[in-house]
Design a protein around this ligand. Structure first.
Ligand code: ADP
Ligand code: MG
Length: 757
């Protein structure tokens, strides 16, 4: 039987059930069916004495003898008790009392009454399996599975798989038991046809069981050990092909996409670097070397830079821009909000002071006249770095030769916006310092220090340059995000991008003391805030405004603001407020008042979540903290602890705080490590719901492996995939043909994520 035969070939599956399986579970072939794995197993290896059956058990199996049967009609009138003939039409319910040596139990049927009545003859013994429940103080099991002891689950394998199901499947007759039968029939037909998907040496190396063994035991485990082996093998296989697919795309892109060559470092880089008031952290140095290696590779860089708030990403961005400038290119830095763009601009200008590089700010509120000057300076090349918001994506913003685009706080930008940057690179027809061609340029070895590798420094005509006339060469792209993504998720979500991580904080940073309080301690908190303000510190107070348009949230914010103003009255205290409903000018005005220290307290919504730097702010108060997600809480807390003073984060919770929310708050109080928080977040909520990832979504539906739990296995699988591709990037050798065949399956056809960031 062919694996891709329709499931209609299975006995008991007609067109109707086949349609149902296809609509509800996307299963149309035998191969689809046997790749639908149970998501849990019921252990039917033992029986529970009736005396120990309790309603809180998920399921029990009892072996008991039928004592009596009662048939009930409407309104629980007894229709017949062990009498004949029975008027079946009037029967609504069958109650059977069963007993073992320890006690008695009721089992109840509302369906299949006649059939069950006929076989559950008093005096005969059966295995009953189901969920016990408490019904008016009496224990019973409704619709248990009933098996004769000799052919029951005890004598088959002990573990019974439970498959994903839906209401429609159940009413369509595809119950758990029917699904098991279908799987058994499908396996019988398919197993002889199954060919191994993983290379022999990988199996041997990892001690993985063969595919046929794994499939048999994932559905019908011989024992729990066999199930473990099967699960491990299938998880590895899934993660392996996922990574093989991602890495293959990465190979094709990184070897194929022509990139701007930037062999030099340049005097401006050195001028800035030598004037830094601090030493770069080891992590910053490592990341700059990684970026440097990309810029001299001849291929387009597409790098994601992850680093917790305050880890010093801006510095890395500036030095990267200066490398581009050192090779005659321009650079731009794009931030998601006006406030952030302004702040970047102010910081970057300071860093650029010792250099000769010109820098400008372009946002939605840049006046026309200034704009024209910027446009002109961009086009004649005198402007080196342009900082701005998405205003710099507008069509009339034309660079002379854009070599590097830095995108800060990536998840705030939409997909189309990001891809626009790709088209802002220099056209090859223009005067371009150097462009590498398509094809397989040799990858340079890791540069030593900042010194350029010798072959790149020679410059010369790039191969294939003449084929590229009149095409835009995409600039190198560096995406920076402060949302720590668990490593496993990053490897999958950005599996075909290069990922750099700044995992080290600048020295001297003091930990932020985090506490969680109830409303009853509000007065004490105000007293504490007054003390901090008296010391010259500033305070953030953040209210949840999940949907900025929601009236109730805005009311909460306004009431909260009024309460704070009452508790912190003029002239001793000044309170500023910022929220999404204000005009840009109003927002900027209030924000600026706080940044400049004219206001002691900033009441706001989460608009300040990302990036804003006010080193003098030492307290972050988060109101209704239970309503925030973990990554948002972490981002907000990152706003303090940036200066020399000891800082605090106070999470104020409402009375109505769920258990899950309390878990989040507890985690916040116990760690400041963004990566740990992200890991825990993923464990608590599953990878699909992680903040910052919803808009892109997971590129793949995993059927057995879990990104939250199988991180180690994922890394191993990725390493094998990498080794295979190193030797054969296109998988064109005959021995890799089976891999290529497996990759062609829809499941591993993953969207190309590289072009969106
Ligand atoms: P991020 O953008 O990653 O949140 P920033 O780039 O804004 O972080 O840096 C946070 C602060 O740390 C800035 O005030 C910056 O001047 C400072 N900083 C950056 N790198 C270092 C370093 N190596 N040593 C000391 N301070 C640093
Ligand atoms: Mg930043």
């Amino acid at each position: 039987m062919e694996l891709d035969s329709s499931i209609q070939y299975l006995s008991g599956v007609g067109p109707k059930r086949a349609g149902l399986l296809s609509r509800e579970l996307g299963i149309s072939t035998l191969s689809d069916l046997i790749r639908l794995y149970p998501f849990r197993y019921i252990d039917r290896s033992g029986v529970t004495p009736i005396a120990q059956v309790a309603p809180d058990l998920a399921s029990v199996q009892v072996q008991a003898t039928v004592v009596s049967r009662t048939l009930y009609g409407p309104q629980s009138a007894v229709v017949s008790q062990e009498t004949n003939p029975i008027h079946w039409g009037a029967v609504k319910r069958l109650s059977v009392i069963v007993e073992d040596a320890s006690g008695r139990l009721e089992v109840v049927f509302f369906k299949g009454i006649r059939w069950n009545y006929q076989r559950l003859v008093p005096g005969s013994t059966f295995l009953f399996f189901g969920k016990p429940q408490d019904f008016n103080g009496r224990l019973n099991i409704v619709h248990p599975e009933v098996d004769a002891p000799q052919d029951g689950a005890l004598s088959q394998g002990a573990l019974t798989g439970v498959y994903p199901s839906t209401e429609k499947l159940k009413t369509g007759g595809i119950t758990g038991k029917v699904m098991c039968k279908m799987q058994a029939a499908a396996l019988n037909l398919c197993l002889p046809e199954i060919t191994e998907t993983l290379p022999e040496y990988v199996l041997r190396d990892r001690g993985l069981v063969p595919l046929t063994y794994a499939l048999r035991n994932i559905h019908f485990p011989k024992d729990s050990y066999a199930l473990q082996k099967a699960t491990y093998r299938l998880k590895f296989e899934e993660l392996f092909f996922l990574q093989l697919s991602l890495l293959k795309q990465k190979y094709i892109r990184s070897r194929g996409e022509r990139g701007l060559l930037m062999p030099k470092v340049g005097p401006d880089f050195h001028a800035c670097y030598n004037a830094l008031p601090y030493a770069l952290t080891g992590a910053q140095q490592r990341v700059i070397k990684e970026i440097r290696a990309d810029l001299v590779s001849g291929h387009q860089m597409n790098r994601l830079l992850q680093g917790d708030v305050g880890s010093g990403k801006t510095m890395v961005a500036v030095l990267s821009c200066l490398m581009a400038i050192g090779n005659g290119f321009q650079a731009c830095i794009m931030a998601p909000t006006e406030v952030l763009a302004q702040q970047h601009y102010a910081n970057i200008r300071k860093y650029l002071a010792p250099t000769s590089v010109q820098c400008a700010l372009l946002t939605g509120s840049t006046p026309q006249k200034e704009r024209r000057g910027i446009h002109a300076a961009l086009e004649d090349g005198s402007l080196g770095i342009l900082v701005g918001t998405h205003a710099l994506l507008e069509d009339n913003v034309v660079f002379k030769n854009l070599g590097l685009a830095v995108i800060d706080e990536q998840h705030r930008f939409g997909v189309e916006q990001r891809s626009k940057l790709w088209n802002k690179g220099p056209a090859v027809g223009k005067q371009v310092p150097s462009v590498a061609g398509r094809g397989f340029a040799p990858l340079p070895s890791q540069p030593d220090g900042w010194a350029p590798p010798s072959h790149a420094a020679e410059g010369g005509t790039p191969p294939g340059g003449d084929l590229l006339a009149d095409q835009n060469v995409p600039p190198h792209i560096l995406v920076m995000t402060a949302t720590p993504i668990p490593r496993t998720l990053a490897m999958t979500l950005y599996g075909d991008l290069d990922v750099s991580v700044i995992d080290e904080m600048p020295p001297g940073r003091k930990p932020v003391q985090t506490m969680c309080i109830g409303q009853n301690r509000r007065a004490a908190m105000y007293k504490f805030l007054r003390e901090e303000i008296t010391r010259g510190r500033q305070v953030f107070v953040v209210f949840p405004l999940i949907f900025e348009s929601e009236k109730m949230d805005l009311q909460n914010l306004e009431q909260g603001y009024e309460e704070i103003v009452r508790a912190f009255p003029l002239p001793d205290y000044k309170v500023a407020i910022v929220h999404g409903q204000q005009s840009t000018e109003e927002k900027n005005f209030n924000m600026a008042a706080f940044v400049a220290g004219r206001a002691n307290i900033l009441v706001s919504t989460t608009v300040i979540e990302v990036g804003v730097d006010v080193p003098n702010a030492s307290v972050m108060v988060i109101e209704s903290a239970q309503r925030f997600g973990l990554s948002q809480l972490h981002q907000l807390r990152g706003r303090v602890g940036r200066g020399a003073e000891k800082s605090y984060c106070i999470l104020v919770k409402d009375v109505k705080t769920s258990k899950e929310a309390q878990q989040r708050l507890d985690l916040m109080c116990s760690t400041e490590d963004g990566f740990e928080i992200a890991e825990q977040d993923m464990k608590m909520r599953g990878p699909g719901d992680l903040e910052g990832t919803q808009q892109s979504g997971l590129p793949i539906n995993l059927s057995i492996a879990s990104l939250a739990r199988d991180g180690a296995l994922l890394s191993e699988a990725r390493a094998y995939a990498g080794r295979i591709l190193d030797a054969d990037p296109t998988l064109s050798s005959p021995e890799n043909a089976p891999l290529l065949r497996e990759l062609r399956k829809d499941k591993y056809d993953i969207k190309d994520y590289s072009k969106i960031s």
